[in-house]
Design a protein around this ligand. Structure first.
Ligand SMILES: Nc1nc2c(c(=O)[nH]1)N[C@H]1C(S)=C(S)[C@@H](COP(=O)(O)O)O[C@H]1N2
Ligand SMILES: [Mo]
Length: 338
């Protein structure tokens, strides 16, 4: 892992470990704003309050008894790729590995909302983690909290997850319970979740309306769905390759829709369609590969560009914004042919 900060732990996955359909728990990137909170599974409760018919306080055992689902879902930090923005922007200087995929098991959020019974007039939902600390620009302690509109919260795909790749949720990934919000940048997937509150107004808070905003020339809009993006896993940067056939391979994803195509360009030549490998899984990454013949010795640069079924594609260079989010520029890798 590439460690950006030890306290609290913030580390990214080496690109070479991102080629498989799921990422091992030990290799899944970690993004923490505050110290990892202590959690005692025996006394822990999930509270559901606010505009509901029946306020709930559920233990982990209560949740595990409800119908569960398992889905492969990719998480990407909105700051992934910040390191490559110019001029530099503040925050963790993530390279390309603040993205990973796991199989999450848990209870659909919609099931828990139905058990509580949403009252008329509720429009929004606030999700609270137990971690807290100080943040710049505000006095006192702030908890990690995020809001979603009720419509988004009910869409059926959001999980309250207690297992990751078949193991109990590791402490740094949110034990005992976290949200998994498919298609959204990772910030929406609140870890160490302990409270859900139904309200009649959109949530305003540090991690909602101050940070996680694209700020460009006076305008500011919220970070929501993952932008379409692709990553070249092989060849690796600076590799020495023999002449002849080489397989260029990688992964691609998008929060808005499945991947429609991935194109590769070798040394600036025309874009060629890569082959999409395996099944198309929504909310996970799509593996792809292209066989290229490299006959001339020397330096070679390959670039990869993904397009999703919503027709979105990647820009050649990053779209700069003040807080450094959503860098989905085309990935280029250079290597040598002997
Ligand atoms: N409670 C809490 N939830 C959180 C965070 C956090 O700091 N505290 N970080 C968020 C961000 S910005 C990301 S990218 C993902 C990272 O999840 P991971 O550490 O399991 O990879 O968790 C999100 N959920
Ligand atoms: Mo993030």
């Amino acid at each position: 892992m590439l460690i950006h900060r030890a306290e609290p732990l913030n580390c990214e996955t080496p690109v070479g470990a991102l080629g498989d359909s799921v990422t091992a728990n030990a290799h899944f990137y970690v993004r923490n704003h505050f110290q990892v909170p202590a959690s005692d599974a025996d006394t822990w409760k999930l509270e559901v309050t606010g505009l509901v018919e029946r306020p709930l306080a559920m233990s982990l055992t209560d949740l595990i008894r409800l119908p569960s689902e398992t889905h492969a879902v990719l998480l990407e930090c909105a700051g992934n790729g910040r390191r490559f923005l110019s001029p530099a922007t503040p925050g963790e200087q993530w390279e390309r590995g603040a993205v990973s995929t796991a199989e999450w098991t848990g209870v659909p959020l919609a099931v828990v909302l139905d058990r509580a019974g949403v009252r008329p007039g509720a429009t929004d939902v606030v999700f609270r983690g137990t971690d807290h600390g100080s943040v710049s620009g505000s006095t006192g302690e702030v908890s990690f909290e995020r809001g979603l509109s009720l419509a988004t919260a009910r869409d059926g795909e959001i999980l309250l997850a207690y297992a990751m790749n078949g193991e109990a949720l590791p402490i740094q990934h949110g034990f005992p319970l976290r949200m998994i919000v498919p298609g959204w940048y990772g910030v929406a997937s609140v870890k160490w979740l302990h409270a859900i509150e139904l309200t009649d107004h959109p949530f305003v808070g540090h991690f909602q309306t101050t940070t996680y905003q694209y700020e460009v020339e006076g305008a500011s809009y919220a970070v929501t769905l993952q932008r379409v993006k692709s990553l070249i896993i092989e060849p690796t940067e600076g590799a020495d390759l023999p002449r002849g056939e080489t397989i260029v391979r990688g992964v691609a994803w998008s929060g808005a829709a499945a991947i429609a195509r991935v194109e590769v360009s070798v040394n600036g030549a025309e874009w060629q369609d890569a082959r999409l490998v395996g099944e198309r899984r929504p909310h996970s990454w799509q593996q792809w590969e292209l066989r290229a013949r490299l006959e001339r010795p020397g330096d070679v640069t390959v670039r990869a560009r993904a397009t999703d079924l919503a027709g979105r594609t990647q820009p050649e260079s990053p779209t700069w914004n003040r807080q450094g989010y959503g860098n989905n520029a085309v990935h280029a890798v250079s290597f040598r042919v002997a």
